[in-house]
Design a protein around this ligand. Structure first.
Ligand code: GAP
Length: 513
């Protein structure tokens, strides 16, 4: 556990030191669970968003994008169910006065049992060596089966109680499991209460006629209310999708995991409109397609897993998360939800406007069903960043801190150095910067010895360093150094563009999907 905490602390410190993420309003001691993206962070975030947009919108003829406003008519949130049902079950500890999400306390308890399963797997893998079959072990070992059964029993009971609004049973479960306040160990709990997560605000100048609004808690509803406009103006035929990226706001109670759980965050969502009855097929399709997108970034198959929901949201008939192994364990990164016709039907009823599709093949109109993919951009940022940060022991025993970001996502693609600050080398290096900056985000750096500059760029995640030396003036060649292998090659200046492009090109990466 200490190790996991250390790794996470290192990630947070590194994100600050290298200009990725800052605490919001830090000079005023910060604002809890709100963060700002700094000069490198904003580029990484943009590159992740672009990578998603390319794969989801531009590579699919039948998916289009929109950018809806954050403010929406307040009836939207009545129709969507958020006013009545977008709640977290909260519990307070009477001794420590700390507030927790009851479901998170129970899930964390189950995560500890998961940890025991992982330990059993590691032990067995050591014992059996090459002959070890993880799948078989997980499905036959009696101790593991016991743990799994226990997790299933706890989570299904919690799901049932929450669904039936039986909050007394949620408290009873916490007490039966002997769950204590993680900060103090106290088991002196209050009753569980529901708490709505939406932020309210007002539209209008005078108090008398101001209208109560909410900051949107998800981008999805901006898509649903635009369904008919987009379908008609785009002459789109089912199946088709509408995607958008943008800010969402939730008054999160448990907000202590850096950019994993924020009060203001960004989502990348796509609603895929389908014929009723085909939802199972499309659910499987999008689960598979989204997993392939993640795997295309080469961050390791073992870092991902699916988690099928036991407790379904008020709108869904099936749902799964893609979980990622963050420094604090496997947690939700993306959700794939079969939302049925819940949203369009609800908006149809509340607005009185028809939200249907005339299917020429069936010769009838119907309210389409919806398959949603929803990923948090900040969570994806954290996944990419934390997975990339490595302390590597070199042959001479020294430690190199390197941020092995997938080159396609790296904020700066190449840093260009003059070996020394004289003899015309800076001018030559600047000429290279001027040429390459048309195609890539590149920087010029002349401070410190070259070795130190390499290390600085390694830690900042820059995949290439290019050094101009005295020979460059004669033979128009430079040294290109690769971040991950530290290999160095002598290449012609006019070959640089193609060498870099090959490794940072979106096509090269997305083709792996
Ligand atoms: N439209 C469906 C929806 O909003 P969700 O599971 O509540 O579903 C989708 O959220 C994704 O948004 C999550 O998988 C997560 O990546 C991200 N997300 C949700 N709450 C977040 C928060 N407080 N901070 C950062 N990301 C969050």
């Amino acid at each position: 556990m200490a190790n996991k905490d250390d790794k996470f602390k290192k990630v947070i410190a590194h994100a600050k030191e290298y200009g990725y993420v800052f605490q919001s309003s830090e000079i005023y001691d910060g604002l809890s669970a709100v963060y700002d993206y700094a000069q490198n962070g904003v580029e990484l975030k943009k590159n992740i968003r672009d990578y998603w947009w390319k794969a989801m919108v531009q590579m699919n003829e039948n998916i289009v994008g929109i950018d809806a406003a954050i403010f929406m008519h307040p009836t939207t949130w009545k129709a969507s169910g958020h006013v009545d049902a977008f709640n977290d079950p909260l519990i307070d500890n009477k001794d420590s006065k700390k507030r927790y999400r009851a479901d998170v306390l129970i899930e964390d308890y189950c995560a500890k049992i998961e940890g025991k399963i992982e330990k059993e797997v590691k032990k067995a893998a050591k014992r059996f060596g090459d002959a070890f079959n993880k799948e078989e072990f997980l499905s036959t070992n009696s101790r593991v089966l016991g743990y799994q059964e226990n997790i299933h029993r706890i989570l299904s009971r919690m799901a049932k109680s929450l669904e039936q609004e039986d909050l007394a049973d949620v408290k009873a479960l916490i007490e039966e499991l002997g769950i204590a306040d993680p900060m103090t160990g106290s088991k002196n709990w209050t009753d569980v209460k529901q708490f709505n997560l939406m932020f309210g605000t007002k539209l209008g100048a005078s108090a008398d006629n101001a209208m109560d609004l909410y900051l949107r808690p998800e981008t999805a509803q901006g898509i649903f209310v635009n369904f008919a406009n987009v379908q008609k103006t785009g002459r789109l035929k089912i199946p088709f999708g509408i995607a958008q990226t943008g800010k969402a706001f939730r008054n999160e109670i448990v907000a202590r995991q850096f950019i994993f759980r924020m009060r203001e965050f960004e989502q990348m969502e796509m609603q895929f409109f389908i014929k009723p009855g085909t939802q199972q097929k499309w659910y499987e399709h999008w689960k598979e397609t989204r997993m392939k997108w993640h795997l295309s970034l080469g961050m390791g198959e073992d870092n991902y897993r699916f988690h099928d929901h036991e407790k379904l949201a008020h709108y869904a008939d099936a749902a799964a998360d893609i979980e990622f192994k963050f420094p604090f364990g496997f947690k939700e990164l993306e959700g794939i939800h079969s939302r049925t016709d819940f949203d369009l039907k609800a908006h149809q009823e509340h607005s009185g406007k028809k939200l249907q599709f005339f299917d020429p093949e069936e010769n009838k109109s119907y309210v389409p069903y919806v398959l949603e993919t929803s990923i948090g951009l900040d969570r994806m940022f954290l996944a990419v960043f934390s997975n990339a940060l490595i302390d590597e022991t070199l042959e001479d025993g020294s430690i190199r801190t390197v941020l092995r970001l997938p080159a396609v996502l790296a904020p700066v693609k190449a840093a260009i150095f003059p070996l020394v600050k004289k003899d015309g080398l800076p001018d030559m290096a600047r000429e290279i910067v001027e040429e390459l900056k048309w195609d890539f985000n590149v920087i010029y750096d002349e401070k410190d010895a070259v070795g130190k500059r390499y290390r600085r760029q390694d830690a900042a995640g820059t995949p290439f360093c290019i050094t101009v030396d005295h020979d460059t003036l004669e033979d128009h060649s430079v040294t290109i150094r690769y971040r991950d292998t530290m290999a160095q090659k002598r290449v012609k200046i006019n070959a640089l563009r193609d060498i870099i492009k090959q490794e940072v090109d979106v096509k090269f990466w997305l083709m792996k999907m």
